[in-house]
Every structure is written in structure tokens, then in C-alpha cells.
Design a protein around this ligand. Structure first.
Ligand SMILES: Nc1ncnc2c1ncn2[C@@H]1O[C@H](COP(=O)(O)OP(=O)(O)OP(=O)(O)O)[C@@H](O)[C@H]1O
Ligand SMILES: [Mg+2]
Length: 501
């Protein structure tokens, strides 16, 4: 058996104006979980796309089991035993599990008809191996939760007998429980001898799961090391090329007047009764498990979903936020959790996307003020460290994390009074997170009100002045930074429905 399942040597991949990957090498051993980390735009997704035959590199070699190969398309890579679970799952929600597992492949009887009994059996065996024998292969995929849909996607890889399974930020839309299950499954696959390449921005996750880790920066290989000898600080240093003093640069302001008050907000089946107050000059965090109703609360008060009861007051005045347009006029900016879908025009430039939420600020006598737009985009690119060849680059060409930064920039341009950030740092690298926190600090300093929905407890504890914990469409607890209960344990307890002493 060859030493490595997959090996890349001297691989270079260029795009117009950008070298996405330069003289890159990586060696993946059979039965190891190999972490891959790097800043936004470092070249991780490009590496994956080269391994899966989506991109053909200009230079370099790829070896599978010691044999030199070249992939002209994704089918060839799959046939060589390389499978990938992308962040946006390739599941067809209307189809049953079995058809999703066998997507793009056929198992036929001698008669030429599809052999469904065998397909069900194999799909079930794959799911059983993943630790989910309870999933009925007849169920429509859309009816399963996110975690199980992902299992179906992994089952697809298992059923083609993949040697290498690549996962690109697989935990970003999973709840805590689902993340635990996924980790168990990934370890099981490793024990079956399958190699895993695991891409993530979450350091704790990599430390918990991986046997080895590779760091990329600016398209190049920086290091590959055993995880057991790696430290947090060295990993960050390798990623960003400098050490980061403080991951949560919290600044303390003075609490101003109540800017937003929500009373008895209700939405059938989703929000039971939500009341809270948010003040200028503070960061109010919303914590809770996935599905607790945090995003739904924000969408409801922003007018993105219809409510069945409740009142919203802005600066003491009753308002009706019937739709997002009205809410924006009432001074609310909402950075949604689903930034790709709701935030960005992919075919437009970085510069234009940045001004999209507030065109009128960038007009002079009805015409666009181009020098002003350019100045603004240069500022945003440097504040948020957006990695782009220029402000004219089309957003579709940016890496995932850099697209998110553009959306954040767009909402900062909004001149709002109340800023709602839903999972603001999901998918962005450690360095960029700090920039986002600094933006929040700045807003608070200007007396604005910042609401942050976050599933990352370190971030909640690191940056907020007050935290509201939700569970099943209700507010369970409100904990002040000064309180004795401002800690991980109390928040988790409330999130699971327990009382805080
Ligand atoms: N199709 C493309 N056309 C032009 N440039 C591209 C294209 N795809 C990627 N790039 C550029 O290549 C570089 C590497 O991007 P890549 O998507 O590999 O980064 P990444 O490490 O996956 O980042 P993230 O953590 O944000 O997902 C970036 O500068 C990106 O803008
Ligand atoms: Mg990427």
C-alpha cells in the first residue's frame, strides 16, 4: 500500500489577476483526519476543487495511492475515490433518501430496471455505518434535519467506497448536538480506514478531531504537523503570519437610552412570547440552541416574517415594521445569517455591493458619486481586510469568507441606529473576526445599539454586555455582564431549559 492516499506536489492554480494556489503540496495518509485551515482567501476551497476535478491546475501533480492521476472533471475524481461534502449540501429535498444516496449513479437489475431493493439495502448499510440506522431510506430528504441531511450526503461518499472524504466547513450550520454526532461519525469513518480532509475555521474543533493539520497562507503551504504537538497560538501565528494579542477586544461604553423594546412578540408555532429591551451603547447577545427562535425573533421584528401579535417600540415610539424596507427606514440594519442568499449580488462588483443598502448616501444630484464610492470601498477593504484584487472585482470571484465580509461592509454603510448581526463571524477567519468585533465596538461607541445572535459562547462571553438566552420560542434568562452567572455553564443551563440559581 502506498504511504499516502492522496498527494499533491508543486500544484499551482491561477485565475486572472490572482494566484490562488502556488507550489502547493499536501500528503494525506490512509485513516487519518487531516485538518486544513487558513485565512479567508488562503486557497482552501481551491485546493479542494483541484482534488475533486472542478479546477484543473496549470502546474503540478496529483497522486492517488501512489499513482499519478489527472482529473479533467468531477466524475473522474469521484471514480478515483475522492468524495466531497460541500457546505451547501447537494441534497434534493423532494427525493427520498435512497435516491439522494445514489444520485448520478444507477444500480440496475439484469433487465435494465433500477434495482431499488438493493439500493435501499446499500443506502441503509451506509447510514448504519455512519451510526444512523434509524433513518428510513424511503423518507423525503427535506423532512430530515440539517444534521441528518448531511449524513445522507456522507452516505453518498461511503456508498461509492471513497478513499478520501473532503469536508468543507461541515459544522457551520449544525447545532451543538449535531456537531457532536458528526464528530463521532467522522471518527468512525477514520477507523474504517477512510482518510478525511476537514476544513474549518473553528480551532477548537480541529484540536478535538484532527490527527494532523496543514496551514495555508496566500495560496502556499505553511506547515503540516501532528495536532498533538500543536498549540493554539502557533496555529494562529502560522495562519495570519502574526500573533493576535486578544481574540475578543471588548471595549466598555456607557449604556444609553432604550432604543428598541419588543413586547410579547408572537408567531404561530415559532415564537411563543418574546419581550426584551435593547439599549444604545451596548452589545446585547442572543444565545440558545439552534432552533431556539433567535433568528426568528430578529426576522419577525425586522418585518421579514409576519407576526401574530406583539409590539415593537423604537426610541419609545410604537412602530409597525411590516416589511424590511420599512424597518430599514425605521433605523434597523439586519445582517442575516444566510448571507449568500440574502446579502449579495454575486454578479456585481465589490464596490457596488458595498453601497447597495444605502444608495442615496452615495449620490450627488441623482448621479452616483464615483469618487465617494471608491473612497468608501477602499476604506471597507482595509477595515475588514477583504482579500480582493480590486474594488471592481465581481463578488462571485471572491472566496466564501471574503464575500461575507462584503455583506458586513454593506450593512455598516447603512447609517442605522440599531444593528442586528446574526452569526456575524460564521465562516470567517480568526483575524477577520477581530475586525468585525472592532466594528461593533465602534458602533457602540457612537451610541448605537448592537444585537448579536451567536452560537459561539466564547464570542458571546467575550463581546456582549448582556445576554438573553432563548429556548423554544421564549426568553429563558437575561444575564448581565456584572452578574455571577455570566458564564458558559449558566447560559447552557438556560438554553437547555434549566433554571439559573
Ligand atoms: N473562479 C475564480 N476566479 C477568480 N478568482 C478566484 C476564483 N476562485 C477563487 N479565486 C481567488 O482565489 C483565492 C483563493 O480562494 P479560495 O476560495 O480558495 O479561498 P479559501 O481559503 O477557501 O477562503 P474562505 O475561507 O474564505 O472560504 C482568493 O483570492 C479568491 O478570490
Ligand atoms: Mg472556501
Amino acid at each position: 500500500m502506498a504511504d499516502y492516499v492522496v498527494e499533491l506536489k508543486h500544484v499551482t492554480k491561477r485565475f486572472p489577476g490572482v494566484i490562488a494556489m502556488r507550489d502547493m503540496h499536501i500528503q494525506i495518509k490512509p485513516g487519518e483526519i487531516h485538518g486544513l485551515i487558513g485565512e479567508n482567501g488562503a486557497g482552501k476551497s481551491t485546493l479542494i476543487k483541484v482534488l475533486t476535478g472542478v479546477h484543473v491546475p496549470e502546474e503540478g501533480e496529483i497522486y492517488v495511492d501512489g499513482q499519478k492521476v489527472s482529473f479533467a472533471n468531477p466524475v473522474q475524481a469521484r471514480e478515483a475515490g475522492i468524495a466531497c461534502v460541500y457546505q451547501e449540501l447537494n441534497i434534493v429535498p423532494m427525493l427520498p433518501v435512497v435516491d439522494n444516496v445514489f444520485m448520478g449513479r444507477k444500480v440496475t437489475k439484469p433487465s435494465g430496471l433500477l434495482d431499488y431493493p438493493r439500493m435501499h439495502k446499500e443506502a441503509h448499510e451506509a447510514l448504519e455505518l455512519l451510526g444512523h440506522p434509524e433513518v428510513d431510506t424511503h423518507t423525503e430528504c427535506g423532512k430530515l434535519g440539517m444534521g441528518l441531511q448531511q449524513m445522507v450526503e456522507i452516505a453518498k461518499a461511503v456508498s461509492i467506497k471513497a478513499k478520501l472524504l473532503i469536508m468543507d466547513e461541515p459544522t457551520s450550520s449544525l447545532g451543538e448536538q449535531e456537531v457532536k454526532q458528526l464528530m463521532t461519525t467522522v471518527r468512525k469513518l477514520r477507523d474504517e480506514g477512510i482518510a478525511i480532509l476537514f476544513v474549518s475555521h473553528k480551532l477548537e474543533e480541529l484540536f478535538e478531531l484532527c490527527d494532523r493539520v496543514t496551514v495555508m497562507r496566500d495560496g502556499e503551504h505553511i506547515l503540516t504537523e501532528e495536532m498533538s504537538t500543536m498549540t493554539n497560538d502557533r496555529l494562529i501565528q502560522a495562519m495570519v503570519g502574526r500573533s493576535l494579542e486578544n481574540q475578543f477586544p471588548k471595549e466598555f461604553g456607557t449604556r444609553g437610552p432604550c432604543m428598541l423594546e419588543v413586547k410579547h412578540l408572537k408567531e404561530l408555532g415559532v415564537l411563543k412570547d418574546v419581550s426584551f429591551k435593547a439599549y444604545g451603547g451596548e452589545i446585547l447577545a442572543f444565545a440558545g440552541l439552534v432552533g431556539a427562535g433567535r433568528t426568528e425573533t430578529m426576522r419577525a421584528l425586522f418585518g421579514a416574517d409576519k407576526i401574530d401579535g406583539g409590539e415593537i417600540y423604537i426610541n419609545g415610539k410604537l412602530v409597525s415594521n411590516k416589511n424590511p424596507g420599512q424597518s430599514i427606514r425605521n433605523g434597523i440594519a439586519f445582517l442575516t445569517e444566510d448571507r449568500k442568499g440574502q446579502g449579495l449580488v454575486l454578479s456585481e462588483s465589490v464596490k457596488m455591493n458595498l453601497i447597495l443598502a444605502n444608495m442615496k448616501r452615495f449620490k450627488r444630484a441623482l448621479l452616483l458619486d464615483h469618487p465617494k464610492i471608491e473612497k468608501n470601498s477602499q476604506e471597507m477593504i482595509s477595515t475588514l481586510r477583504i482579500k480582493t484584487p480590486s474594488s471592481n472585482e465581481i463578488c462571485a470571484q471572491l472566496s466564501g469568507g471574503n464575500q461575507q465580509k462584503v455583506v458586513i461592509g454593506k450593512w455598516i454603510n447603512c447609517d442605522a441606529q440599531i444593528y442586528i448581526f446574526d452569526e456575524p463571524t460564521r465562516g470567517i477567519d480568526v483575524g477577520a473576526k477581530i475586525e468585525v468585533y472592532n466594528v461593533m465596538n465602534q458602533l457602540v461607541k457612537e451610541g448605537k445599539c448592537v444585537i448579536m445572535v451567536s452560537s459561539e459562547l466564547p464570542e458571546v462571553l467575550g463581546m456582549s454586555d448582556r445576554v438573553i438566552v432563548m429556548r423554544e420560542g421564549r426568553v429563558m434568562a437575561e444575564i448581565d455582564r456584572d452578574s455571577d452567572h455570566f458564564d458558559q455553564e449558566s447560559i447552557m443551563k438556560a438554553a437547555w431549559g434549566g433554571a439559573i440559581a
